[in-house]
Design a protein around this ligand. Sequence first.
Ligand code: ADP
Length: 192
Amino acid sequence: MNIVIFGPPGAGKGTQSKFIVSKFNLYQLSTGDLLRNEINNKTKLGLEISSIINSGELVSDKIVNNLIENFVSNKTYKNKIIFDGYPRTLSQAKNLDDLLNRYDQKIDIVLKLSVSLETVKKRILERQNQESRADDNKEIAIKRYKTYEKSSEPVLDYYKQSNILKVVNGEAGITEISAEISGLIDAIKGWL
Ligand code: ADP
C-alpha cells in the first residue's frame, strides 16, 4: 500500500512516518529530508533552494516532482511508500496521481494530522533545541503554517472527493496517535 501523511509543520508527520515504516515495512519518502540533503551536500540544487526553504516558502512543483519520480519509478519501493511532505499543492497532488498511475500504483490512504497554530509554535520551539534546522524558529514556523493554509489545505478537498482521507487528532500523545493510525491502516489492509 501507498500512504500520504499530511498536515502542517510540526504536526508530527516525520515521527508517525517512522512508526509506520517500522510497523508496516514501508519506505519513507520525505521531500523535506531530500531537499535538506541537497542543501547539506551543497549541490547545485541545494544552493538554489536553501533561501526558499529558510524563508518558509515552498520550492517549485517542478523540483519536487522530479525528486519523487526517482522513488516512484524504483521497483524496490513499489506499493511500499509513505509520502511525507508531498503533495503540498493541488498541482503536486494531481502529478502524484498521474505518476502513480503510470507505474501501476495508487494512494490507498491519506492520513491528515490536525494541529492548531499554538501547538505548532510550541513544538517547533522544542524541536529547535534538539535538531538544528535553519527554518525552525518561531517567525519562520508561523510563515510555514500560513504557507500550509494557503497552498496545502486545498489538497484536502481534492482527496475528500476520493474518500481516502482520514483525519487524525494530532494534538494527542505520540503513542495514542500511532495506535489510531495503526487501526486505520489495518482496516484498509483488510480491504486490499
Ligand atoms: P515541515 O513539515 O515541518 O514544514 P518539511 O521537512 O516537510 O517540514 O519541509 C521543510 C521545507 O521544505 C518546506 O517548508 C518547503 O520549503 C520544502 N518542501 C518540502 N516538501 C515540499 C513540497 N512537496 N513542495 C514544495 N516544497 C517542499
